[in-house]
Design a protein around this ligand. Structure first.
Ligand code: ACO
Length: 168
């Protein structure tokens, strides 16, 4: 497996099926310590309607990470200040793919004048975001396809000012 840095590119409409597959594999393979199988399945089902999933990706600022030309992860910025999606294929975790995607979204948001970036982090991604300087603000329960899933709203000051603390 390649250890080279991931390359990034914008989302294109033809990417939807592949990103739906990455989304589903990422959830089903990587979140099992934090969510039940029923919760994982409900979450992963959000990409079953590929047309709707593609429309959502196209409506946000979506970046794709590739390793040796092959897409291995993606992330999206919703509006000016919310990281809405961040998913890395199980075969590519731990190689800096998620970090590279977040670096890019943070830079883009900052360049657009956003001071505070937010994310509703899955329990699986909580530590990833904490390491990047995101601070937990509140716990949430959201319903996805009739299952309740917990996440944590976190935020990071992009201008280097410390975020007032909260607790997960
Ligand atoms: N727990 C603790 N630390 C982690 C985790 C984790 N689950 N994942 C990554 N890290 C750490 C890495 O060790 C690394 O630390 P280092 O810089 O000290 O070496 C750092 O975070 C960066 O790691 P990357 O290799 O860049 O992250 P990766 O490519 O593995 O992607 C991600 C992390 C996105 C959380 C991936 O595990 C994933 O897709 N998880 C499942 C899907 C998910 O829950 N996505 C988030 C949903 S919430 C949302 O979308 C907003």
């Amino acid at each position: 497996m390649s250890r080279s840095a991931p390359a990034l590119r914008p989302y294109l409409p033809d990417d939807a099926p592949l990103l739906a597959a990455i989304f589903s594999a990422s959830i089903m393979d990587l979140t099992g310590d934090d969510y039940s199988e029923a919760q994982q399945e409900a979450w992963a089902m959000a990409a079953d309607d590929e047309a709707a999933f593609g429309k959502k990706l196209a409506g946000q600022l979506t970046l794709i990470a590739t390793l040796q030309g092959a897409p291995v992860g993606f992330a999206s910025l919703k509006g000016a200040d919310l990281i809405d999606m961040l998913y890395v294929h199980p075969s590519a975790v731990g190689q800096g793919v998620g970090g590279a995607l977040c670096d890019a979204l943070e830079k883009i948001a900052s360049a657009r004048g956003t001071k505070t970036l937010k994310v509703d982090a899955s329990d699986t991604a909580l530590e990833f975001f904490r390491k990047r300087g995101y601070v937990a603000q509140q716990r949430n329960s959201v319903t996805i396809n009739d299952e309740w899933l917990a996440n944590t709203t976190m935020q990071k000051q992009l201008d280097g000012v410390a975020t007032p603390g909260g607790h997960a």
